[in-house]
Design a protein around this ligand. Structure first.
Ligand SMILES: Cc1cc2nc3c(=O)[nH]c(=O)nc-3n(C[C@H](O)[C@H](O)[C@H](O)COP(=O)(O)OP(=O)(O)OC[C@H]3O[C@@H](n4cnc5c(N)ncnc54)[C@H](O)[C@@H]3O)c2cc1C
Ligand code: SF4
Length: 490
């Protein structure tokens, strides 16, 4: 344990971020490294509380509490406090294949379960995780480590998001020959095309993929499994197949005027911005420049659209959410150690406030129809105010007489995802759940078809990078057991 009384002596220090206004003029990461002296004090705040809820990663009331990877948080906090960064790295890599991703983009359910957070702001766990892995790369401690022996077994992993990459990493470590098929032109799934560059610079993704390739994982891009290579061919060439195809089935709004020119789904819009930054020197093809933008959807993907439109020079931005504003403090029904459902200023909202002078979020708003001109171009939308349905507090009902018109040249739809794309069920002959996810029980990861496994958002439904990594690791263990009748994978 670091310092017994550290949590009483030192305050939480947030990861420093770049100036919110200035950073909207570029696409570089918005967060800055935390100085080492601050990190040591943060690590000293860990009270080594005996039952570290930060590490449990259990689902409570449809939300995750604690780290789904069961990261050894008190242990690496102590190592950082003692100044033993190499030990901290070794401990971190025992449970997390890719801390450089989670240290940047994880919403840190660990901090919601931190015991210090019962009375005080939580230990800055995510900042410490990021610092450990960044130091590991900077010191040259992270080197390719190919397995010492090969088992002769071959596994095809379909999809190169965090679930597919974690699964491949584990199976490769176990000595199996892994080939990853990715339908996109670049590897990384939503880490590459989805999560914007200012949250996660793409060099970090490429660096990790290159490391896996040096360790022996084979990558094939531009091939849609089940279409460009048949399931029969995959079964002939591989001993097992893992579907890590994500939750690409985006939800749309089915209201009048949806066909107006100027309405786009969030992920293709965000993907295009990344492609333009990587391939076209930042010249934006689908740009919000000079436009009035409305983002439909109050979640994190919507926030990424706000931050992207800001960088493209939008004239104005509104973000509509159907739910009410979250409270500043936990409600009684949302006690520790549940994930705190409290109001947060995301990076995008901080930036919008700095540029436009106000938070772009508007709550309890439901879009009812789009308005277009005579040539089919979007002019704006009509929306109504809503209120919670007294019969069912999870549903909202329109308030009559509240309809208003909002001018817009660009509307971005970010209202979530409903499982994996239909071609996966059609081509692989596997069963789906009611939520349109792949039917494969957690802990087993076996689909209804022999030799075919599934993990990540494709199985779990839309989730987080940390959950996808955890699913990839657990699925790898099941595949290893299936192939070898025993497994030494964690
Ligand atoms: C815009 C956006 C921002 C997000 N931001 C965050 C964040 O900040 N923090 C966080 O924790 N989570 C975030 N998430 C969620 C997180 O990215 C996902 O939960 C995670 O990436 C899921 O990982 P996965 O490997 O299961 O799937 P994905 O990352 O979706 O990867 C699936 C891959 O499979 C490929 N594929 C699909 N079908 C085939 C096929 N037939 N053949 C070959 N390849 C195929 C796809 O092209 C894709 O590359 C965000 C999600 C979105 C949409
Ligand atoms: S992966 Fe996420 S939940 Fe786990 S320790 Fe890191 S920030 Fe916390």
């Amino acid at each position: 344990m670091g310092k017994a009384t550290g949590f009483m002596e030192y305050e939480r220090i947030q990861t420093p971020n770049r100036d919110p206004k200035k950073r909207t003029r570029d696409w570089f990461e918005y967060s800055l490294p935390m100085p080492e002296k601050d990190l040591t004090l943060q690590a000293a705040r860990c009270m080594d509380c005996g039952v570290p809820f930060c590490s449990v990663g259990m689902e409570i009331k449809n939300g995750v509490s604690g780290c789904p990877l069961h990261n050894l948080i008190p242990e690496w906090n102590d190592a950082v406090y003692q100044g033993d960064w190499k030990l901290a790295l070794d401990l971190l890599l025992k449970t997390n294949n890719f801390p450089e991703f989670t240290g940047r983009v994880c919403p840190a359910p660990c901090e919601g379960g931190c015991t210090v957070a019962i009375h005080d702001p939580a230990v800055g766990i995510k900042s410490i995780e990021k610092a450990i892995i960044d130091r590991g790369f900077a010191e040259g401690w992270i080197k390719p480590e190919p397995p010492l022996r090969r088992t002769g077994k071959k596994v095809a992993v379909i999809g190169s998001g965090p679930a597919g990459l974690a699964c491949s990493d584990q199976l490769n470590k176990a000595g199996h020959s892994v080939t990853v098929f990715e339908k996109s032109d670049r590897l990384g799934g939503l880490l590459m095309y989805g999560i914007p560059t200012m949250k996660l610079e793409k060099e970090a993704v490429t660096r990790r993929v290159n490391l896996l390739a040096e360790e022996g994982v084979q990558f094939i891009t531009g091939v849609a499994a089940g279409i460009d290579i048949s399931v029969g061919e995959l079964k002939e060439q591989f001993d097992a197949i893992v579907l890590a195809t994500g939750a690409g089935n985006a939800r749309d709004v089915h209201i009048p005027g949806r066909d107006a020119k100027g309405i786009h789904m969030a992920v293709p819009y965000l993907t295009q911005a990344t492609i333009d930054n990587l391939d076209h020197a930042g010249k934006q093809t689908l740009s919000a420049e000079g436009k009035n933008v409305i983002v439909i959807g109050g979640g994190d993907t919507g926030a990424d659209c706000v931050a992207t439109a800001l960088r493209q020079g939008a004239k104005s931005i509104r973000q509509f959410g159907i739910q009410e504003k979250l409270p500043e403090l936990r409600k009684q029904q949302n006690p520790w150690p549940e994930y705190p459902r409290t109001f947060k200023m995301d990076y995008a909202h901080e930036e919008a406030e700095a540029v436009y002078g106000h938070d772009p979020r508007e709550y309890l708003v439901n879009t009812v129809r789009f308005e277009k001109n005579e040539v089919g171009e979007l002019k704006g939308l009509y929306a109504v105010d809503v209120e919670p349905d007294p019969e069912n507090p999870h549903r909202y009902q329109d308030i009559p007489g509240t309809e208003k018109f909002y001018a817009a040249d660009l509307v971005l739809i970010a209202i979530g995802f409903a499982g994996t794309t239909s071609d996966i069920f059609d081509n692989f002959g596997i069963q789906k759940t009611e939520r349109h996810t792949i039917d494969a029980a957690k802990g087993f990861y076996r689909t209804t078809e022999e030799r075919i496994f599934a993990c990540g958002d494709a199985r779990h439904g839309q989730s987080l990078v940390v959950t996808a990594i955890a699913e990839g690791r657990e699925a790898a263990r099941e595949v290893d057991f299936y192939l070898m009748n025993e497994t030494f994978l964690p």
